[in-house]
Design a protein around this ligand. Structure first.
Ligand SMILES: [Zn+2]
Length: 276
C-alpha cells in the first residue's frame, strides 16, 4: 500500500488526516477514542510508519482499519515468478528457467529438471531453444529473445522459439535443430543494441550452418502482449506478418516507410534482408 492510499483510508473512516509543515501526517487514531489527533504517520524504509502517541500498537491500528501490518509495506511491488520449461525435441524437460520480476526489474534463475538451482553446471548455450518441441514442420519460425516473447507470438498463432538472452548465443546444435524444422527463419531482435547484435550474430551463424532462407525483423519492439498490437505503431507491420496467407512472401516494411506512415522518427535499425 502506498502512503496516499493509507491517507485515503483514514479519510474514508473520518479520521481527518492532515499534513504537518514538517511533511508528516497527523490523524485521529482509529484504535482508541481519540479527541486530539494522536496518530502520526510518515513514510520510510519502504514502509508506512505509524505511531499512536497514546500508545496503541501498530497491530491494533491496522486491525481497526481492516488491514494488516504487511499492508504497510510500500515497496512490495509484487514479486512475480514465471517458470519456463525448456524441453528438447522429444518434449523431455531439460531445464527450468525462472523469471523473477520485482520492482520493475527482472532477474533469471536456472534450475535443473529436479528443481536444483544450477551453479555453473548447466551449459545454457547448448540448451535447445525454447519452444523447439512445438515446431512440427512449421513453414516458418520466428526466433526471438526471451521466452516471454515466444509465448506472446504463440498466443497469436505464430510459431516461435526463443534464445535465453542477448548475452547468451546458442551453440550450433540448437540452431541446426531450428533450421531442420522450419524452412524460413525470421529473426526478431529486441529493439535495443544488445538485442540487435545478438540477432545479427545468430543470422551470420545460421547462414554458415546452411540456412536457406531467412530475414531479420529489426527495429520493431515485440510488445509484452502481442494482442495489444492493435494499438501500437508496429501494428501494421506485425498484423501483415501474422495474417499474411503466405508468410514466406512476407517482406518487412523498411523503417523509413514505417516512419512516414506513422510519423515517428525511424530507429537506426534497418529491416535487413540477409539472404534468400
Ligand atoms: Zn491510539
Amino acid at each position: 500500500m502506498q502512503l496516499h492510499e493509507f491517507i485515503a483510508l483514514l479519510e474514508a473512516k473520518g479520521l481527518k488526516p492532515r499534513q504537518q509543515p514538517n511533511g508528516q501526517w497527523l490523524a485521529h487514531c482509529p484504535s482508541h477514542d481519540d479527541q486530539n489527533p494522536s496518530l502520526s504517520l510518515t513514510e520510510g524504509e519502504g514502509r508506512i510508519l505509524v505511531k499512536c502517541f497514546a500508545g496503541c500498537s501498530v497491530d491494533a491500528i491496522c486491525a481497526a482499519l481492516g488491514i494488516t501490518t504487511k499492508d504497510l509495506r510500500t515497496n512490495q511491488d509484487l514479486e512475480r515468478r514465471i517458470t519456463y520449461e525448456v524441453r528438447d525435441l522429444n518434449g523431455t524437460l531439460v531445464a527450468i528457467h525462472e523469471r523473477v520480476e520485482r520492482a520493475g526489474r527482472k532477474t533469471f534463475i536456472w534450475r535443473h529438471p529436479d528443481g536444483r538451482k544450477a551453479q555453473g553446471d548447466l551449459k545454457v548455450a547448448d540448451l535447445p531453444l525454447y519452444g523447439i518441441h512445438k515446431l512440427n514442420d512449421a513453414q516458418f519460425v520466428v526466433i526471438v529473445e526471451g521466452e516471454k516473447c515466444a509465448e506472446a507470438l504463440w498466443s497469436v498463432g505464430v510459431p516461435a522459439v526463443a534464445t535465453y538472452g542477448a548475452t547468451c548465443d546458442p551453440a550450433d546444435e540448437p540452431l541446426k535443430q531450428v533450421i531442420e524444422r522450419a524452412q524460413t527463419v525470421f529473426l526478431w531482435a529486441d529493439n535495443d543494441d544488445a538485442g540487435r547484435k545478438h540477432m545479427a550474430r545468430l543470422g551470420k551463424r545460421l547462414l554458415e550452418l546452411g540456412a536457406r532462407k531467412f530475414c531479420g525483423l529489426n527495429g520493431m519492439t515485440l510488445p509484452r502482449r502481442a494482442m495489444r498490437l492493435t494499438q501500437s505503431r508496429q501494428a501494421l507491420t506485425f498484423r501483415r506478418f501474422w495474417t499474411t496467407p503466405n508468410p514466406l512472401k512476407f517482406r518487412p516494411m523498411k523503417p523509413r516507410r514505417m516512419a512516414q506512415r506513422h510519423q515517428h522518427k525511424a530507429s537506426k535499425a534497418n529491416a535487413v534482408r540477409f539472404a534468400n
